[in-house]
Design a protein around this ligand. Structure first.
Ligand code: SF4
Length: 256
């Protein structure tokens, strides 16, 4: 039977060959945001509460089939926000003990206000946390949150996570037309979070908005001069990889 939780490996511009683990939905996108640039389209299943979407037994069965897979990271991502899965912490432990790979989680940061989520995310070697806006107004316009938390509450929780977490914290900032004029404010937000790395992105895969040009991204990168380890999507190398299940991979990454 084909795998439905594990996909890839996919080429990731910051994680190399990334073996995807999707704890959310075998059917459609489940998220606490509805970002204007989402490559998965509109959020079909808006969710704000944590629950179990796939069992640890199912994950364990699939892990047995890919133990020999070659990857640089096992990455919790997929069709929505991974921290909505109430078994994320147990799943991280299971993946670490089975695959012997470092574990990364890509999160939209929306559930960081929860103690249990911060605690489970701290089990990962790398947490890539999304921040796309310096103001509540832009947060509402770009991320279209389904969740009640304000941007201020999320940023406060991210600062708390930074104090508690000993792994690598990367802040990923997606730049589109709506926030391109706010790079200086975004840089200040990033500085206050003291990340190990800042990833400046723009949506290069097909979605509802256009990407910024390499020149635009290079110009706004200059605003991040006070920060170390700032990377942009246009300057990052991408490894060649061949997914073991192309159909399941393309459901999560419509273009590799
Ligand atoms: S947080 Fe990620 S999955 Fe959710 S809507 Fe935004 S881009 Fe899509």
């Amino acid at each position: 039977m084909a795998n439905s939780i594990i996909y890839g490996p996919v080429p990731s511009w910051r994680l190399g060959r990334s073996l995807g683990i999707d704890l959310l939905s075998p059917t459609g996108k489940t998220c606490s945001f509805d970002c204007i640039y989402c490559q998965l389209g509109r959020t079909i299943y808006p969710e704000v509460e944590r629950r179990e979407f796939v069992s640890l037994d199912s994950l364990a069965r699939e892990l047995k089939t890919i133990e020999a897979a070659t990857a640089d990271y096992a990455t919790f991502s997929g069709m929505g926000e991974p921290s909505l899965a109430s078994n994320l912490g147990a799943a991280i432990r299971l993946v670490k003990s089975t695959l012997k790979l470092p574990v990364a989680v890509l999160t939209n940061s929306s559930l960081m206000t929860r103690d249990d989520v911060r605690c489970e995310l701290s089990l990962a070697d790398v947490v890539v946390a999304k921040v796309d806006a310096p103001s509540e107004e832009l947060f509402d316009r770009i991320n279209r949150p389904v969740i009640r938390q304000t941007l201020a509450e999320i940023l406060k929780a991210l600062r708390r996570f930074r104090e508690e977490y000993h792994g690598k914290l990367a802040i990923q900032m997606m730049f589109v037309e709506a926030n391109r004029g706010y790079a200086a404010d975004m840089a200040k937000v990033a500085e206050r979070l003291s990340p190990d790395e800042v990833q400046i992105n723009t949506p290069l895969r097909p979605c509802g908005v256009s990407p910024l040009s390499p020149e635009d991204i290079a110009a706004l990168e200059r605003e991040f001069g006070n920060l170390e380890n700032v990377f942009t999507v246009y300057r990052a190398p991408k490894p060649e990889v061949m997914p073991f299940d192309l159909a399941e991979t393309l459901r999560r990454r419509p273009r590799l």
